[in-house]
Write a protein of this length. Sequence first.
Length: 318
Amino acid sequence: MPRQAGGPGVPPWNGSSTTDEPYVAGRLGGPETTGDRRPSRKHLPRMVRLSSTSGTLCDMNVVVCVKQIPDPADPGALDPETRTLKRDVKLILDESDSYGVEMGLQLVDAAGEGEVTLVSMAPNNEAGGLRTALAMGAAGAVLVSDEALAGSDALSTAKVLAAAIRRCEPDLVLTATESSDGYTGTVPVQVAELLGLPSVTFGKEIEVSGGAATVRRQTEAGYDEVECPLPAVVSVTAGVVEPRYPSFKGIMAAKNKPVEELDLAGLGIDPATVGWAGARQEITEIAEAPAREAGEIIHDEGDAHERILAFLDDLKVL
């Protein structure tokens, strides 16, 4: 059963799934697919299954948490005073979040009804990355932007996301395992704790049936099969599905899809509990990564194998 837990400014959510009826498998892709769907590929693995004994199609409303980050090809610079990444450049959708968006869209397609809603937190009301996910097929988005959020640590971020998610009353919340610019890997479980919901991490496949989710959780040895009631929070590993490319039609449609913009007051969150004021993490030092040294070039004069073995022996590899 969901745990009842709360946090500063974010009381527990005692919500439930919008439907207790079972779901039925739907067709993913195929000749009938149009619009912003990428053409299906015959051997593309399905990582979403919905089962039913009644044959009744039900709504499947999914929230996907997405992060907008500086383009890794041009990541900008670190602020020497705050020791944080400057985010005054154009932001794009974090690639790791595109897998959650795709899995959410497949769940909704399989259910036959429902929608995917995006939830994001970004400075300056930046919505460029959200538009990419909307072009993939998401129905709408909730964007939280407030100057007081500058300097937010992982827990502060989770508080904001949890408060925004609560407004959507989803059947399922999907996230990436970690962001490409933060790598804390803690936000998904923190969001679940603040909402009082079950948390399953490293999901590689999801099956929904009768108000419960069965998740194949990736491990070093293979996978664990975990069952939990809905609603729940599941973090999705990268590479488990192939994100579709936004079509021209999808890109044009995304311009008119709703993006609800909220600040901390709109979420009922005290600014003193987030941002620099509420941060429990502190960056004490930053340093440039050391330049990679050039390797040794060995010209074979009949003894190359001996020199390579000696080199590996010095590294304690052998």
